[in-house]
Write a protein that binds this ligand. Structure first.
Ligand SMILES: C[S@@+](CC[C@H](N)C(=O)[O-])C[C@H]1O[C@@H](n2cnc3c(N)ncnc32)[C@H](O)[C@@H]1O
Length: 216
């Protein structure tokens, strides 16, 4: 009830609370996105904002990549965001990171609603690995779905199995999206609230993670 009567800032309603550097580093470290192991691996931040995760990924690649292959390794970094301004800022930050190296990169960035990428194979009927990612990381938006426009709420409930009951949060849909888009041996590292450990509405997500033995 409280959430229906409280007022929220625009930033909160759009899920725009950006992540501090030490958390980004921890998530990438914990996911195993470290050392030479990362070369040639695809990585996606599906709600990249102004590119904080992307810049740290690029720094790590620059440290270990031989120069001739640097561009192609950097293009394995993918960033999506619904906010065109945020994507523009991300591109600028990435450009200024590589400018001193004398290279220009055609960054794999897209302005798009990540949750509308549902043409991907269904979570429970996985197909080929193409178009999927080795790593999916980030700080997805946290927005109770009753705070979304009605058509978006209905879209999420229709397309995401873990969001069909009750009042859920958009970050649960991002978990489902990441599970669909990760390769078989891929790794997901998100910073989210921990409410999905115990809420009734997150039960389908918990059951799936346990049944599929997806928590190391
Ligand atoms: C919590 S911020 C995180 C930004 C960045 N990953 C970071 O850690 O600093 C969430 C981002 O999600 C974006 N966003 C909200 N809904 C989205 C959607 N449906 N698809 C893609 N991005 C979305 C917002 O524009 C915002 O930039």
């Amino acid at each position: 009830m409280a959430s229906l009567t409280k007022t929220y800032s625009t930033e909160k309603l759009q899920g725009k609370i950006y992540t501090p550097a030490f958390i980004i580093e921890k998530i990438l470290d914990d996911a195993g996105y470290t050392g030479k192991n990362i070369l040639g691996k695809s990585i996606l931040d599906p709600a990249c904002g102004d590119g904080r995760f992307l810049v740290e990924m690029a720094r790590r690649i620059i440290k270990v990549s031989p120069l001739p292959e640097l561009k192609s390794h950097l293009q394995k970094i993918h960033g999506w965001d619904i906010d065109p301004l945020a994507v523009q800022q991300a591109r600028k930050k990435l450009d200024s990171l590589v400018e001193p190296l004398g290279i220009r990169v055609d960054w794999s960035l897209k302005v798009q609603n990540a949750l509308h990428q549902t043409a991907e194979p269904d979570l429970f009927n996985p197909e080929a690995e193409s178009g999927k990612f080795d790593f999916i990381v980030g700080n997805p938006p946290y927005i109770r779905i009753q705070h979304l426009p009605l058509n978006e709420r209905r879209y999420i409930q229709r397309h995401f199995r873990f969001c069909q009951s009750g009042s859920t949060d958009i970050f649960i849909a991002f978990f489902e999206l990441a599970l669909r888009l990760a390769k078989d041996h891929g790794t997901i590292g998100f910073i989210t609230p921990n409410t999905y450990f115990y809420t009734e509405t997150a039960r389908p997500l918990r059951q799936y993670l346990v049944q599929q033995k997806l928590i190391p």
